[in-house]
Design a protein around this ligand. Sequence first.
Ligand code: UD1
Ligand code: CA
Length: 462
Amino acid sequence: MDSVYAIILAAGKGTRMKSDVHKVLHPIGGRSMAEHLIVTLEEIDIAQTYFIIGHGAESVKEHLGNRLHYCLQEEQLGTGHAVLQAERELAHQEGLTLVINGDTPLITSKTIKQMIVEHKQQNAALSLLTTQLSDPKGYGRIVYAVDGTVATIVEEKDATVEQKGIKEVNVGLYCVDNRKLFAALQRVTNDNKQGEYYFTDIISILKADGEKVTTYRTEDADETVSINDRGALAEAEKVLRRRINKMHMLAGVTIQDPEHTYIELDVRIGTDTVILPGTHLKGNTVIGTGATVGPDADLTNATIGNDVKVTRSVIVNSSVDDHSTVGPFAYIRPDSVIGKKVKIGDFVEVKKSTIADGAKVSHLSYIGDAEIGRDVNVGCGAITVNYDGVQKYKTIVQDGAFIGCNVNLIAPVEVGRDAFVAAGSTINQDVPDEALAIARERQINKEGLAKKFKTKRQSQNP
Ligand code: UD1
Ligand code: CA
C-alpha cells in the first residue's frame, strides 16, 4: 500500500480572529485546533506529518512540542506557497499526501479515510473535499466544466456575482498524488486579486496535464467548518459540544439540557450519572456511576466517585469519593481528597486538605492545609487559621472529634481522637484525645440590666 503523508497549513496570521494567540492554538472543547487535527491524523496511518508554521511559529512549537515535523514558511505568500515548504523533504516520496488547512479542526478521520478510498477507486491525481453551504460566503466556490468534471475553485474575492451564488465550497482538505503535487506546485503563479499563490490552482494545472481531479462531497457541513473568526469558533464549539454530549448520552449518561452542558473531550462519565444544566466538566475529569452533577457545577481535573452529588460548586484538581455530597456553593481547591460519605455543605471552602470518610463540614467553613479524620463533625463557621502572613501551617483533627461552631483552629495544631472543642473557641494548643477544650471568655449574666437599658433608650427617644 502507498504511504500516506500529511501537510497541515498553519503559517497564516489568522487576522480575522483579532487575537494575540495564534489561530490554531485557540481551544475548542478543551483542545487546541491544531491538537484536534493531530489526534484525527493519529487515527489514520500517516507516514509523516509536516506542520507548516510561520506567523507565531515559536508559540506553536512551544504548544505542540517536538512530536511533529515543522517546516517554516517565512513569508505567508499563500496556501500554494505554504505547501511548497515541505518540498525539500517530501517531493521525492512515492505515495499520497493529505493537505489540510489548519483551521478545519472538526473534520473526522472517518471522512478522511473514506476520501482516501474514493481517491484510489477513482484513480485520481487530486481529490478535494467539498460541502454544500446555505451561506458559502468566504469560501472558495467549486466551478464545474460542461463535462461535469471540476474546472477550478474561485476564491470569494475573485468570484463574479454569478460564481458567488454557487453553494458548493472547498473545505480545505485535499488528497493528492505526492509526485504530481510538487510537480504542479512549481507552476502555480500569484496572478489573482490577493496576489497570493493559491494551492487550489493546481486543479487546472493537473487537468491541463490530462490528470484526473475529482471532488468528494460530504453532507456533514458540521465537520467542515473553517475557523476564520470568533463567530465560527463559537459555531465549532457548539458542533463539538453536540458531538461530545451525544456520545455520553449514547453511553448511558443523562444530560438534561445538552445545549447548556459543557463537557471537554477527555472527560469520562459513568452510566446513570445525571448532568444538570450549566455544568462545565473540564480537563481530565472522571465521574463515576449514579452521580448527580449540577446544576452549575464547574469541575476541572476532578475525580468524582459513584453516587456523589455536586450542586452549584467548583472543584479543581481534587477527588471526591463515593456517596459524598458537595454544595450548594462549595469550593474545593487543588490537592484536596474528600473521602466516602462525606458532606461538604454550603459556602465551604476546602484547600489542600484530606477529609476522611463520614466527616461533615456542613456550613460556612474554611478548611486549608488540614487533615480531617473519619466521622469528624466541623460545626458551622469553624475554620482553620493556616496562614500567618508568611507561611502556611497544618491542622490535624483526629477521627471522631467534634469541632463546635465558629471555632478557630490556629495551625500548627492537632485535635485528638474523639476530642470535643466547644463552640466559639480559639484553639492554639493541641487538644488531647477524648478531652474537652474550651477557649473563650466565661459568660457573665447581669440580672435586669437589659431592661434598664431599654427603658433609658425609650425615654431619650419618645
Ligand atoms: C482557503 C481556500 C478556500 C477554502 C477555504 C476553506 C485557498 C487559496 N483557499 O481559503 O478555497 O474554501 O480555505 O477554509 O487555499 N496558510 C499558510 N500560509 C499562507 C496562507 C495560509 O500556512 O501563506 C494557512 C493558514 O494558516 C490556514 C490555511 O492555510 O490555516 C488556510 O488559509 P486561509 O487564509 O484561512 O484561507 P481561506 O481564505 O480560508
Ligand atoms: Ca480559512
